[in-house]
Design a protein around this ligand. Structure first.
Ligand SMILES: Cc1cc2nc3c(=O)[nH]c(=O)nc-3n(C[C@H](O)[C@H](O)[C@H](O)COP(=O)(O)OP(=O)(O)OC[C@H]3O[C@@H](n4cnc5c(N)ncnc54)[C@H](O)[C@@H]3O)c2cc1C
Length: 336
């Protein structure tokens, strides 16, 4: 059925409340801020849907960050995320309330859960969006996402199915400041909560590896394929340590196993917004630069003066990465 302004029963912008790792993972708050902007254009409200056990403090946080409505499903069964249970439950709620737009962060959680949900709701999903807007002509959600292997940024619309669903990269939008005086309506939807027993959580434990905290780092040093080898990649860590920063990497580096996977930046990795980013031996492919475009100052080091990375760099150094880094590390060591 073609959805028109007169026969449209769908209303409101929904955001899936992902509160795990709340202080580092701010994507839900960033989506509330963007959702408010879109809601103004559509003359509607922003609702955050949160599932879990004893999660009222998060409902308060979402209200303080601008949500008009927080929908809470609070039950011991929902204490740990289980994709089948969550999908079935959220699909039922969505079918009952009929939101027009439904957004989630493009982090591991949203990347697993949202495609399943879209399939169950028989609607479309744009993954890894870099921007969102509303088409002033028809009110459709414009979902800007990398397409054709990241060669292009495509504007996707979902004209005939609802909700219009998208996952959005973290750190693209700014969260609104915390407002203690803000209020929101809290709704507890009546819904049957059933555990899907095909998959059961036996045990969970925090990852022990050298965790990267890239999203909130003020300084990020990125190494690309041009560094040459795992052994030489260690100088990226040395420089990061001297500057009090974090280490990021491009996809070939991750594929070669020179560093951990959670350091990948770009379309399929993380998005960073540091004050200073030094990118070394990276060519500047769009799939990578989408992850670093929010950096305040970018310094690029590459031996090829025509490398595309120089187009977005504030300062470019043409030369051999290893020699330049060795010199830099030596000078910094002397100064400290
Ligand atoms: C669907 C899809 C998704 C993707 N997602 C991502 C993503 O999320 N993140 C990502 O990073 N990539 C992603 N890619 C891969 C991306 O297209 C590029 O291939 C990748 O970013 C290139 O990494 P690089 O710049 O390290 O390597 P290269 O492109 O090989 O560049 C190496 C650079 O190092 C320079 N160099 C070589 N030796 C030296 C030296 N001694 N000193 C100084 N400079 C030197 C070279 O001049 C060159 O510019 C994706 C690709 C696809 C198809």
């Amino acid at each position: 059925m073609k959805i028109t302004e007169t026969n449209n029963p769908f209303r409101g912008i929904w955001i899936f409340g992902d509160y795990r790792n709340y202080f580092q993972n701010r994507v839900t708050l960033q989506l509330i801020a963007k959702g408010k902007e879109l809601a103004k254009k559509l003359n509607t409200e922003v609702t955050v849907l949160a599932l879990g056990d004893h999660i009222h403090q998060y409902a308060m946080e979402y209200a303080a960050h601008g949500a008009d409505v927080v929908m809470v499903v609070d039950h011991p069964i929902l204490k740990s995320y289980q994709v089948e249970t969550y999908t079935r439950l959220v699909a039922k709620i969505v079918e009952g309330y009929r939101p027009e737009i439904f957004l989630a962060g493009a982090i591991s959680f949203g990347r697993e859960f949202f495609p399943r949900l879209a399939k169950r709701l028989l609607t479309g999903l744009s993954a890894d969006c870099m921007d969102l807007d509303v088409d002033p002509k028809n009110g459709l959600l414009l979902q800007t996402t990398p397409a054709f292997g990241g060669e292009l940024l495509a504007e996707v619309v979902t004209p005939n199915h609802r909700p219009q669903m998208a996952t959005v990269h973290p750190n693209i939008f700014e969260e609104l400041p915390h407002n203690y005086g803000a209020t929101a309506r809290i709704i507890y939807p009546e819904v049957e909560i059933q555990l899907d027993e095909r998959v059961q959580l036996v045990r969970s434990r925090p990852e022990q590896s050298r965790r990267a905290h890239l999203e909130d780092a003020a300084v990020v040093i990125v190494g690309g394929r041009g560094i040459g080898s795992e052994k030489h990649f260690q100088i990226i860590f040395e420089l990061a340590e001297l500057l009090g920063g974090e280490v990021g990497a491009t996809r070939p580096v991750i594929k070669a196993g020179w560093t951990e996977e959670d350091r990948l930046l770009g379309q399929t990795g993380k998005t960073v917004k540091p004050k200073l980013l030094i990118t070394v031996g990276t060519s500047g492919a769009l799939q990578y630069t989408t992850g670093i475009q929010g950096a305040e100052t970018i310094i690029a080091i590459n031996r090829d003066p025509h490398a595309p990375i120089f187009k977005m760099a504030d300062l470019g150094l043409v030369g051999d990465a290893r020699s330049i880094l060795a010199l830099l590390v030596e000078k910094l060591r002397k100064r400290l």
